[in-house]
Design a protein around this ligand. Structure first.
Ligand code: PEP
Length: 256
């Protein structure tokens, strides 16, 4: 939509070891012409254990792809066994970090307060959160999806300033469409993305709301990405499964 530079972000989840990661990024980057990346931004979001390898490859080969992470701790350092902080991710050159993904909300019980703390942790270290919101099937069937998603957005943005909000990326990911092969209709995606943008306008004014990129995520592939990113308020895609295959991810990106 509009004058916003689209973002295609590949969320690898817990897949690909560091050697596979290098192979996928290399194959992907060389499948697209250099000029493509002037128009569209493409990010890969590997597991923590792959980030250093991906960073070294991208820097060494001067690839136009950027990288990020899938999660971060709300804390900077300390006795948090197994966690990884924004300080550490910033050192590894991460531009983005996913926050509020439905798998974190569900499997790890992360509520809006945790999501909000992680948004602040990312912003503090200059990493742009890719903030995910989305409703489950029950909420969708009860027709409460717009309210549910805008509530999640408000909760995640507590005490975030307009200047900070301008750097955030939002992702609308209906839970019933993630990894299921069931894609939201393009008009369903547009409906929620427009509501998220209206909420941003209410909170931060029109300049911020017009500048923030809002992605759609949920079973996006090369066969459906065109219709989805063609919507006025959809500025790209957060891609899970289809981002693990370099050829398919390049095909999908070329359409966006
Ligand atoms: C995701 O989990 O961010 C996602 C969009 O997954 P998939 O594309 O596999 O549905």
């Amino acid at each position: 939509g509009a004058a916003r530079r689209p973002l295609i972000a590949g969320n690898w989840k817990m897949n690909l070891n560091h050697l596979e990661a290098i192979a996928v990024v290399q194959k992907f980057a060389f499948a697209l012409p250099e000029k493509y990346f002037e128009r569209v931004e493409v990010a890969v979001l590997p597991p923590f254990t792959d980030i250093r390898s991906v960073q070294t490859l991208i820097d060494g080969d001067k690839l136009s792809v950027v990288h990020g992470a899938q999660d971060l701790s709300p804390h900077d350092s300390g006795a948090y066994t197994g966690d990884v902080s924004g300080v550490m991710l910033a050192k590894l050159g991460c531009r983005y970090v996913v926050v509020g993904h439905s798998e974190r909300r569900e499997i790890h019980g992360e509520d809006d307060a945790v999501v909000n703390a992680k948004v602040h942790a990312a912003l503090k270290h200059g990493i742009a959160p890719i903030l995910c919101v989305g409703e489950g099937l029950d909420v969708r069937e009860a027709a409460n999806h717009v309210q549910h998603c805008t509530d999640q957005l408000r909760g995640a943005l507590k005490k975030v300033t307009a200047e900070q909000a301008a750097t955030i990326v939002l992702a609308y990911e209906p839970v019933w469409a993630i990894g299921t092969g069931r894609v939201a209709g393009a008009s369903d995606a547009q409906e929620v993305c427009a509501a998220l943008r209206a909420t941003l306008e209410e909170l931060y004014g029109s300049e911020v709301s017009r500048g923030v990129r809002i992605l759609y995520g949920g079973s996006v592939k090369s066969s459906n990405v065109g219709e989805i990113v063609g919507q006025t308020d959809v500025d790209g895609a957060l891609v899970g499964g289809a981002s693990l295959d370099a050829e398919e991810f390049a095909k999908l990106s070329a359409i966006a």
